[in-house]
Design a protein around this ligand. Structure first.
Ligand SMILES: Cc1cc2nc3c(=O)[nH]c(=O)nc-3n(C[C@H](O)[C@H](O)[C@H](O)COP(=O)(O)O)c2cc1C
Length: 155
């Protein structure tokens, strides 16, 4: 059963989750790069604005999701929403994703991030998980267990 973990991360939190679950599941990892500058105060402000407006962006990634049975997709929450990078990834790859699982990392309010991802993909993910930053270790442990159950039984 081939699993790919795809993520976007501005500050490394979502990256850490993606790397740890990929290791635990023996899965491949692919980082989505947002070509728009997101660093500094201007980058931060633009990030929130673009997420709120539902903007797409220019992205780079390497792996072909159609080669996998399950694609786990992770994003930070920006203004209660999915990031432009993962919005764009989902739009570009929705026909190539057979089965999806979603997770997001956030500081205090996950908003409608995961619901947005589901809507963009156009089908129900097999699993949805929110991970609050202050209890990240706990969240990673739970997510790994849930994904192991999923990959052991459903696929
Ligand atoms: C532009 C911007 C908007 C954010 N909006 C929210 C939000 O609405 N709710 C929340 O809980 N956290 C919000 N955060 C915090 C991030 O979701 C959180 O720190 C996340 O874990 C960062 O992931 P990363 O380190 O992979 O970039 C926001 C962060 C940024 C940069």
């Amino acid at each position: 059963m081939k699993t790919l973990v795809v993520f976007y991360s501005r500050r490394g939190t979502t990256k850490r989750v993606a790397q740890e679950i990929a290791k635990a599941l023996n899965a491949d990892v692919d980082e989505v790069i947002d070509k728009k500058p997101r660093k500094g105060i201007l980058g931060f402000l633009r990030a929130g604005y673009d997420a709120t407006r539902g903007k797409t962006t220019e992205i780079e990634f390497e792996k072909d999701p159609s080669k996998y049975d399950l694609v786990v997709i992770g994003t930070p929450v920006w203004n209660g929403r999915v990031t432009p990078a993962i919005r764009t990834y989902l739009l570009q790859n929705k026909d190539k994703i057979k089965n999806a699982a979603f997770f997001c990392t956030f500081a205090g309010r996950a908003g409608k991030c995961l619901e947005q991802m589901e809507k963009i993909l156009g089908k129900k993910p097999l699993l949805k998980k929110v991970l609050i930053r202050k209890r990240l270790d706990e969240g990673i442990k739970e997510l790994v267990e849930e994904l192991k159950t999923l990959t052991g039984s459903t696929l």
